[in-house]
Design a protein around this ligand. Structure first.
Ligand code: SF4
Length: 359
């Protein structure tokens, strides 16, 4: 077998050629500043080619932390009674926050919840639709909904009231590992919901966790599944062990792995959206994620309103470190700037055209 040379792989990727699995794995295994910087530099060039110096910014509105599921990695799992202060925000609080976030200059509102039994099991789904509709009307921004697995009819309803994106993370595409992480949840049902989102003309975000026991081959497989899904936004986040969960003492990987995955995603999916999440290392970790090729800043959360993040549920929130004002200097230091809102809306509309033509 011929020896792999990083420059050759990067040249191939930059030319738009499909990388073989062993080439992807070689990039994911890079170590040492010299080689990793070659990868990150190629990723930045790919980003610039498709997006210039523009970055998109997403507000994260985690409006209910109740959940009927028991994912092994998640702070908000059903059986974690002791360590979690749960809340279900009122429609008034959600609208107020949405308006505030829209005014701060974000490009999208990500409405996220656990699979809250109140909305799913007690006949209150119409209340959920009403609050999403109200947020849409008041903000006039593109919307992402992250409600967990819903029925086809429920996703149709979200689409009809103007939701653009459906975010639903598999976290791993190794079925055995999936069964250990997302306890009692069907792999194919979850994956197929993203296909269904495309069938009805919505955009789909797929995501994976790094540092949760996966092999580099698993990561390569995940990237291949993302390609097959034609996911419009692809995200990776480092696993943060959560208190009160079965993985509380799990030895996770260095966050360099997340940066390598971001960069490889950029090379494999140069025209897609790739988040730099504030939810792992807070504001201090933003620059390195942008320098790895990300083009969306996610998990912007308003301070002092009682909203939480996911994996670092409170990090930098009340200090204001998750605000647009806090991230602008970081963008600036990377030679980047926020896109105009019309630029984001155009990207979303053009991408959705792909699926309306299919349908
Ligand atoms: S990851 Fe989502 S579905 Fe799983 S327990 Fe946490 S909130 Fe619920």
């Amino acid at each position: 077998m011929t020896e792999l040379i990083i420059e050759d792989i990067l040249a191939k990727a930059t030319a738009g050629e499909t990388l073989a699995d062993r080439e992807i794995i070689h990039l994911l295994n890079l170590e040492g500043e010299n080689d990793t910087e070659k990868l990150f530099s190629a990723a930045r060039i790919a980003r610039t080619k498709h997006f210039g110096n523009e970055i998109f910014m997403y507000a994260f509105i985690y409006f209910s932390t109740y959940c009927r599921n028991d994912c092994a990695f998640c702070l908000y799992r059903r059986s974690n009674q002791a360590a979690v202060k749960r809340y279900r925000k009122s429609i008034e609080d959600i609208i107020e926050t949405a308006e505030q976030m829209a005014g701060s200059g974000v490009h999208l509102l990500d409405l996220t919840m656990g699979e809250d039994p109140y909305y799913f099991n007690n006949g209150h789904f119409d209340e959920l639709l009403a609050l999403v509709r109200a947020v849409k009307e008041k903000s006039d921004l593109p919307l992402m909904i992250s409600p967990g697995v819903v029925s086809h009819d429920q996703l149709n309803s979200f689409k009809e009231i103007g939701v653009d994106w459906y975010a639903l993370y598999q976290e791993t595409h190794n079925r055995e590992r999936y069964a250990q992480l997302r306890l009692g949840q069907d792999y194919d049902t979850r994956l197929n919901m993203k296909r269904y989102a495309h069938e009805i003309g919505m955009l789909a975000e797929e995501g994976l966790l790094s540092g949760v026991g996966e092999s580099t081959e698993d990561l390569c497989n995940s990237l291949n599944v993302m390609r097959e899904l034609s996911a419009d936004q692809v995200r990776v986040m480092s696993f943060i062990p959560q208190v009160g969960t079965p993985l509380e003492n799990f030895k996770t990987s260095p966050h360099l792995r997340e940066l390598l995955i971001i960069a490889v995603m950029r090379l494999l999916f140069p025209d897609r959206l790739i988040p730099a999440s504030l939810d792992v290392d807070g504001l201090a970790g933003l620059k390195q994620r942008l320098n790895a090729g990300a083009n969306v800043v996610t998990s912007i959360i308003p301070p002092h309103q009682g909203f939480q993040g996911v994996s670092q549920s409170t990090l930098d929130v009340d200090e204001g470190g998750r605000s647009v004002d806090a991230i602008l200097p970081v963008l600036n230091s990377c030679g980047l700037h926020p896109a105009q809102i019309d630029s984001y809306k155009t990207w979303v509309a053009q991408r959705r055209q792909l699926y309306s033509r299919q349908g």
